[in-house]
Design a binder for this molecule. Sequence first.
Ligand SMILES: [Zn+2]
Length: 207
Amino acid sequence: MPELTIEFFGFANINNTIRLRDGKLLVRVSDLLEGAPENVLRAIAHILLAKMYRKPLDREQTSKYRRYVLSQHMSRKAYLVRQIRGRKQIGSARGHAYDLEAIFEELNSKFFHGLLARPRMTWSNDRARNRLGHYDPAHNTIVVSRIFDSPRVPRYAVEYIVYHEMLHLKHPVKVRGNRRCVHSAEFQAEERLFPELCQAKKFLHVL
Ligand SMILES: [Zn+2]
């Protein structure tokens, strides 16, 4: 039995992790599960150890755990915490399928002569469908919805989202009187330079 460190951790979500490092087991259990009944904590231990040692999952344990996590009380708690933590947390540019920084640099040299300064690039923490991408000027960050970080998503679709946000960097919002012009004529003309614009828009439509 390796040495074991276990702690409650403030993930943005209900999440539990186990890691073997330098011969020591490090377990992190979502702090949302602090105060969970003992049988639920036991179930988590079963699940994590099975994962660690690639053993089949005990269905009774997993359903015990899932029942608890999906209970209304826990879902509500998780939702609130995601609202608070999800926003502040800075994710990573490197996803499972795509690296946003690499895509930015590629598009930068292809369409902007490499002249755009790269903001922070990150995948969103949630899998938002209503907000596919946005540029957050306060944090100088381009955020792309996690739903695009999948091998099922064609690269041109991710590139299009990033390209659109790069155009926001290049064409800041114009204010005329009390009207804000977010996608100016120049913005739209430049957007049409994206070679797979039609396919990308079609793909986003069926998403
Ligand atoms: Zn836009």
